[in-house]
Design a protein around this ligand. Structure first.
Ligand code: NAP
Length: 336
């Protein structure tokens, strides 16, 4: 019998998750019934949204139930199939969860073309991270050549693609990231003209220096003080894309609202929330364009692959909040 190791949510965390918030369980690898197939999971997507799914209230998806296998996007290979659309040996992406083997009926599962890129890149620039950057910039912000685009979390999965797409579209890109190493990387690899280290620099002063005529687009991955600082530097007609709020996901008290929101009025600016899943019907066109850029070298996908199998999941998730990752954080499960 092959064992399926799984990680389940044991309780709802307060603040940063701890080891006690999880249980490790074992089950038999499932057998596919009619219309089903089994996937040996190779790589797990480690996402900030996982912290939100651990909370009791629904966000844009329902919370993970206590005792359930933790939700996770993942790639893997079909090992057994009674499904007409999926054959043994197919490489696939789907919501397979934090476990080594997943049973699927094919709902929400995509077949991967490994001639374009390795499986794990479908969790990075060719996956949800890349699509979020793509639609946030091109559909929500509607960037134009010559505009000044500021992106926070610029060395992360979404942010690293934002910088590069903005560069491809002829924008001047200012990236905000934590620490000198990441700041060097976002300029050398991720399309930024300028980097601001939010951990050591005064953000408002740095923005005044690097964007003297104001910021046209702010792609916000972190919220909090960073958002408040950028609000003070908006150009007329600026667009702010609310993609996420890394600085607030582990907050134990209700965070203050953006104090400088009235700057939106003076700048005739807008602030718009976006959820990538709303663009699902347009993924094929966006994916083809992202793959084209990857092929011609204008786009790089950087993946930060942690090892250790499913049992390393709890500590790997924390790397997002300590900022240890550069590029897309992934956990390899050793299957393929
Ligand atoms: P990521 O940027 O690869 O990783 C998170 C990064 O956030 C860390 O590396 C760290 O970088 C930074 N960070 C951590 N704590 C912080 C804090 N307190 N203040 C400021 N920065 C902090 O993660 P990602 O997967 O690309 O996700 C980025 C954002 O996009 C998240 O907010 C996520 O929820 C959001 N998202 C939204 C959608 C959507 O549809 N709306 C889809 C996907 C992702 P530093 O070292 O630079 O601090």
């Amino acid at each position: 019998m092959t064992t399926n190791h799984q990680i389940r949510l044991a309780r709802r965390p307060v603040g940063l998750p701890t080891a006690d918030d999880w249980t490790s369980t074992e089950a038999e690898v499932p057998e596919p019934g009619p219309g089903e197939f089994v996937v040996a999971v190779s790589h797990l997507s480690i996402d900030p949204a996982m912290r939100v799914w651990m909370n009791p209230g629904a966000s844009y998806v329902p919370p993970v139930e206590i005792g359930a296998v933790m939700r996770a996007g993942a790639t893997g290979e079909v090992t057994a199939s009674r499904h007409p659309g999926f054959a043994v040996g197919d490489h696939v992406y789907g919501n397979f969860g934090v476990q080594e083997y997943a049973l699927s009926d094919g709902e929400g599962v995509d077949r991967l073309d490994l001639s374009l890129a390795p499986a794990h890149t479908y969790l990075g620039a060719l996956g949800i991270a890349g699509l979020t950057a793509y639609f946030g910039l091109l559909d929500v912000a509607r960037i134009k050549p010559g505009e000044v685009v500021v992106v926070s979390g610029a060395a992360g999965a979404v942010g690293s693609v934002v910088g590069q797409i903005a560069r491809i579209h002829g924008c001047r890109v200012i990236g905000i990231a934590g620490g000198p190493e990441k700041c060097r990387t976002i300029v050398e690899e991720f399309g930024c003209d300028v980097a601001i280290d939010y951990k050591s620099e005064n953000l408002r002063d740095a923005l005044r220096k690097h964007a003297p005529d104001g910021v046209d687009v702010y792609f916000d991955n972190v919220g909090g003080k960073t958002l408040d600082s950028v609000l003070t530097r908006l150009a007329r007609g600026a667009r702010i894309v609310i993609c996420g709020s890394m600085s607030q996901y582990n907050a134990t008290e209700r965070p203050p609202g953006p104090a400088n929101y009235m700057a939106l009025l003076a700048a005739r600016a807008s602030m718009t929330g976006m959820v990538v899943f709303d663009y699902e019907d347009r993924y094929p066109q966006a994916s083809a364009e992202l793959a084209g850029w990857l092929k011609d070298g204008r786009l790089r996908s950087r993946e930060h692959i942690a090892e250790g199998g499913v049992r390393a999941f709890p500590e790997t998730l924390l790397k997002l909040f300590s900022g240890e990752n550069t590029g897309k954080l992934i956990l390899a499960l050793g299957n393929g």
